[in-house]
Every structure is written in C-alpha cells, then in structure tokens.
Design a protein around this ligand. Sequence first.
Ligand SMILES: Nc1ncnc2c1ncn2[C@@H]1O[C@H](COP(=O)(O)OP(=O)(O)OP(=O)(O)O)[C@@H](O)[C@H]1O
Ligand SMILES: [Mg+2]
Length: 369
Amino acid sequence: MDLASHRFISYFEPLQAAHLCQIAVLESFAEETLVFDEGEAADFFYLVLAGAVEFSKRIENNKYQAIAIAKPDDFFGELGVLDGEPRSARAVAFGGSTLAKIGRQELIATLELAQGSSVLQMFNFIIKNLRDTTDQYVSQFVHKQKMVLVGEMVSTIIHDFKSPFTGIKLSSEMLKEMHPDEETQEWCELIQLQVQRMLGMAEEVLEFSRGNSTLSKKPINLIQTLQQFEKLNRVYFDAAKVDLVLRVTEVIVEADDNKILRVLQNLVGNAVEAFGGRGGRVEIIVTQSEEWAEISIYDNGPGIPSSIKDKLFEPFVTYGKRTGTGLGTAIAKSIVDAHKGKITYESDNEKGTTFYIRLPINIVESEQI
Ligand SMILES: Nc1ncnc2c1ncn2[C@@H]1O[C@H](COP(=O)(O)OP(=O)(O)OP(=O)(O)O)[C@@H](O)[C@H]1O
Ligand SMILES: [Mg+2]
C-alpha cells in the first residue's frame, strides 16, 4: 500500500498528513531482519506498508515467545516513542516488509499540533492492539500453566504406578519360571512389554509437558515396528472389533522406534475410539520415495468433527470424549516434528480419516565405507 492511504496518516488533517508523508523515511527489510531489539532505545515509530512484522519477548536462554504480528495498515513502536522507555519486545520483519519510519521528536511535535480527534483515533488503535496482545499473552500463559499441571499430575502417577508395575513384572516372571510352555512364555512377555509401555507412555507425556522430547534414533525397519505394534495391540483390537490391515514393505528410516510406536498408538487409538464400539477397519500403508518414508493410517470411522479440524494438533483440543485430554495428536505431532518429518491429515464424515506421516530417510552411508 502507499503511505498516503495508510490508516495512521488518515487520522490527520490534510496539511499535517502531507507533512507526515514528507518526513517519513521508507525502508525495505529482507526476510527475517531485526527492526529493533528488546531493551533498545525507542527512536522511531513505524507504519507497515508491505509484508509483516512479528513481535516477541525473550523468555529464557535466547528463546523468544511470539506475542503479536503487525500487517499492512498497522503501526507499531508508539509506546516507547511516547513514554521514552526502552523497547519492551523485539520486532522482526518478514515477507519482504516495507516500513515507513518517523523519528520520535518529529512524531511528538506533530501530535502536539494535531486535533484531539486525530489523537483519539490513534489511541483507539493502540488500545485495541494492547487488548489483543494481552489476550494472546494470557492464553499462552494459561496454556503453559496447564502444561505444568499435566507434568505434575503425570509425575505423581508415574511415582505411584512404579510399585504396582514392579509387582506385575515380578509376578509374570514367576509365572514364566513355573510354566515353561511356549504359550505362557509368550503371554508373560506380552504382560511385561505392556507394563514397560505404560511407564514409557507416562514418561512421554511428562517429557511433552516439559517441552523436551529427546530422541534416541537408530536405523529401524518400519515393517518390524508395525508388526510389533500389531502384536502389542492384538487383544485390544479384537475386543474393539477392529480389523487392522498392514501393507508394508521393507523401509529403513533413522528414527526412535518407541516414539514411532507412540505416534501409531495415539492415531490408531483415536480411530478405534471413534468407531465407538461398533468396530471398523484401520489400514496402515507404508510407501517410500527418495527422500521420505510415508506412513498413512486410514480409518473408515465418522471423520474428525469440523469444529476442531483447524486446531486438531494443538494441545487440549478434544471433542466428544468423556476422558479425552486432547494430547494424543499434539504428542504425535511433536514426535514427528522432532524427527524433522511432517504430519497432515484428510478427513470427512463419509470417507473416514487418513493421517499421513512423512519421515526423512537418512541412511548413514559413512558406516558402510
Ligand atoms: N481418526 C479419528 N476419527 C474421528 N475423530 C478423531 C480421529 N482422531 C482424532 N479425532 C478427534 O480429535 C480429537 C483430538 O484427538 P487427540 O488424540 O488429540 O485427543 P483425545 O483423543 O481427545 O485425548 P487423548 O488422546 O489425550 O486421550 C478427539 O477427541 C476426536 O474427537
Ligand atoms: Mg487421542
């Protein structure tokens, strides 16, 4: 947009508007350039003409929390300019931004001569911005508090579960010793595996709530991971009348096996829950391209409710479940992201739902030399 038609300029009488256009300096910013940093002196006031500017506050160890975005026709930087305090956030331009900047003294001089109605319009916009930023900040804060709460709950659960889990493990080991037949051995191993998984799951929720998902990657064959998944869930699927079909060929990826199992568990678990006891069909297909291994998980259930479609992967988004926490898909996404992969989905109430997980294939060639 051009400067003369910017919202801020339109607040002023024609003569003052022309003066502002004259003293404003246009500046273009390359992608991801710093406009100003938190704590810097506030020398300029900015009008956005093209692109966008993101504001963020430093929270800890060079991590930043985004708090707002300014788009064309918005203005920013007025608070420090008006009260003389240092910048309270950093501003980074992206999307090929063009900004018009006006020096502090010049802006104050213009405002001193401006009509009350011009100043009032400017303040209306500033107040609206402050409200939006506060709302966003509060919802981020609430989200963080929820995470802390989940973390505390899970720590308690893990702690309290440890002794009954040890009991189950010891009992199944005794059973194994007392009954050396193959079938008992197999069932007891399954019991032990499941107990191990329960502990693993609780620990993963804990990691997720703390925001530090650590991977222990190694080359894995997806065919084995999926067979393991099927074995662990056979009893569960039979009870829920779920028909699981695997269509997998040998595909090796660098990944954390347990975490991939978690992704499958969360997504297939959702499909099973969506069948609501009526049973259904889940199909897992693995395909491979040069760069990616793709796991698609299809179910012929009722589809994802449209009211949550846009925010499905956000934590605490749940629908139609009495005991849903809304963390299943958020954890799945955090794991896929940690693998530098991609997760997407398609869903409608006639065809059902398909999740697509892409994992990069990085075969470590140096090991073969
Ligand atoms: N395959 C699916 N078919 C139909 N609805 C689905 C499917 N997958 C997810 N959903 C919907 O998306 C919501 C969010 O799923 P998510 O796994 O993130 O949380 P949840 O299952 O509600 O709780 P949690 O997984 O923490 O126990 C579910 O409540 C459900 O309504
Ligand atoms: Mg779930």
